[in-house]
Design a protein around this ligand. Sequence first.
Ligand code: GAP
Length: 516
Amino acid sequence: MAQEDVFKKLVAHCKEYGYVFPSSEIYDGLSAVYDYGQYGVELKNNIKKYWWDSMVLLNDNIVGLDSAIFMHPTIWKASGHVDAFNDPLIDNKDSKKRYRADILIEEHIAKIEEKVTKEVEKARERFGQAFDEKKFRETNPRVIANQTKIDELNERYSKALNAMDLPALRQIIMDCEIVCPISGSRNWTEVRQFNLMFSTELGSTADGSTTIFLRPETAQGIFVNFLNVQKTGRMKIPFGIAQIGKAFRNEIVARQFIFRMREFEQMEMQFFVQPGTELEWFKYWKEIRMKWYQALGFGAENYRFHDHTKLAHYANAATDIEYRFPFGFKEVEGIHSRTDYDLRQHQQYSGKKMQYFDPEKGESYIPYVIETSIGVDRMFLHIISAAYLEEELKKEDGSTDTRVVLRLPAYLAPVKLAVMPLVKKDGLPEIAEKIVHELKFEFNCQYDDKDSIGRRYRRQDAIGTPYCITIDHQTREDQTVTIRYRDSMEQERIKISRLKDIIFEKVSIVSLLKKL
Ligand code: GAP
């Protein structure tokens, strides 16, 4: 199945099974805003717990923070967001549709890349075992021509984007003959800057209100509290502050479901270090963060670093961790060595010293910062797209059947176990209810007695429940139940008294954290 179709099915599945709903759906929705349903919120909470514990629990030099969404407007002047948090937008005069100029160009480049990939894959099929991809890429004339085009375009594009040279961006769109997907025309306006911050008024207009911004990142709340936390927590450098919270961006082109939203959640950690040691710490956090993803067991080959070659003026190193989504490798997390830029800016704008006195060196300095920044929703999309599987099953009579299963890691699954009486009589429901009552203090359990056992299993597979417990007549005799494993569909008979320990070992986040 084409990856595009898989993605469409995944979005539909999320809605049908209570993971993600379009926001304000009965009013026809609100673009790029989503609500998390009964299972979505559990998965989201489990993702956040995994991140939070890996930062705050496992590191005695990292502490948490929960700063307000509303902040003093000068913060955004100091951080550079008022002047520079812009996207280049362009309108098509015929369709009246608005696009991000950078995305139009990136998509154009991606199309040429796709051509190269197709060419390579065709050759791989033709030559089989003997295929030497490197040699093919170096010698095939069509691949060479397209690769040269890609390299030249990439260079021209990143130069224009870094300098925010708007006419140059427009010229690339014209030269590449990029058309509007709706009107099919090349009747483009000039490229303009568009600030992504949402603003609102604080206080009533009669009293004289102040325009404030909804934070576009959580990081600034950490920077402005740096000394509060350092002093009250008696923190010694190196130390980190972690925060999870909502952020808001008025994205011009918000799409790909929850990949790019206007209201989203971030998990950010700022690690304060001695100047001069930042590149060692940058390397350290790259490794730690990659391990965090790989511990989930979705395959190391599905992640990669995308090191930035062109750096923002305040950074001296930056990389993205990318995951292979159904629509290609895309950023899930950014890791940046941000120098002392933010603290220095806040020192200048607030007039307050943002320095740390280092008792070992006997001197004060503005610390340098390594930032790790991941989107909760993007991580959610990564997990759910990695877990979604349409599986073909062979039945005993030789015919085939399909099941949809979410192979979520057990510690992230919303429901850990479903308890099912085989029939709704003979005292079996009572035994099942008793088991749920005992286990519900430890795990998210579901009692289910509707429909055939096969249909109940499928329902649980579709929401990703890793274990199903079935109570049958034998249970009454020997106090055993069957435990059915979601992925293998195998079943085992075990004593009720062992259930808690067995499940605990499999779903506990501790075993995941111990892999880090
Ligand atoms: N403080 C640094 C910062 O905010 P960023 O690269 O703009 O850096 C960090 O954002 C992460 O936040 C991204 O890697 C992504 O996971 C998530 N993110 C950013 N914009 C988003 C959006 N519009 N919708 C969903 N997630 C977003």
